[in-house]
Design a protein. Sequence first.
Length: 361
Amino acid sequence: MILMEKMSVRKVRVGSVYLGGDLPVLIQSMTNTKTSDVKATLEQINHLAEVGCEIIRVAVPQEEDLKGFREIVKQAPLPVVADIHFNYLLAIKAVEAGAVKVRINPGNLGGLDKLLEVAKAAKGQAAIRVGVNAGSLPKNYLESINAGHLNLPEAMAYLAKDYVDFLYDHDFFDVVVSLKASDVLTTVSANRKFRTFSEAPLHLGITEAGTAFSGTVKSAVGMGTLLLEGIGETIRVSLTADPNNEIKVAQEILKACGLRRFGPTVISCPTCGRTKIDLYTLAKKVEKMVESIKEDLVIAVMGCAVNGPGEAKNADLGIAGGKGEGLIFVGGEVVEKVRESDLLTRFEFYLQKVLERRREN
Ligand code: SF4
């Protein structure tokens, strides 16, 4: 459930997908292979697409990467965004090579005239993501912060607005904005502020979020807060980990915010003194069993028969563990008492029945 009504956001095309309007929040990731290694990069993109990535960003660090980039765009199953630093000519060439969006930080392109050149090349071809990073604000904004006229999130938001207004004033409207910082509070405040005065779609992310564990927590808190307020049209979870993890985490965040559905949600209890079954292993096995299912189901794996079925009565089906046995319940009703050794097999049987019924309806 969205806690606040989403304000009107401009719809922007990114290749075969659109951002903004009332459209679903999309999941992005970024390759970490060498762009010149077309085979490895495409393998990674294909895999990310299979697990649910919807837009992919590929770094184009130098001129020599353009050849590979062009090939990647041609063969990739996803819209490909070029990530460009410093060199506006490279951004123009990436558009010519087929990028459907270029991610640039206008502050390090060398002036607004360069931004305008990129916009001219991108017009009708590609969107521009204006990236503003807390760590790279221009001198005049830093001075305003030092003088106490603006705080850091405000400075980021106003700077992004300057760039967006500049592009809009030059008749370029396919603009997406990202306001990133490595700390959650700055990121949240900057995005909130920006949304109060601009309709440009926002790409959310926490930069340098960290390793799988801390990065997941920071991303969930930061993006989850904004998403629940209706802010954010695409998200990228940045983790110092396998990019596939980023997609899983992004999906869980969107699911938890009630914005998207990606197959079953497995809920499990934390266990307590009543637990007499190895619930950690059981929950993991159930999660594995259902990971390829596309249907939207709620599955409960609970540690005891006393409170389990009651606590998970809204689940489509579930297991409540006991001593050497367990209960299987469907739609809140207990359907079978099973020996622990047969629990997973019987659970799978009922799971198939629930799915068959779902598919018939
Ligand atoms: S479901 Fe049972 S075992 Fe799990 S936390 Fe609740 S009371 Fe404890």
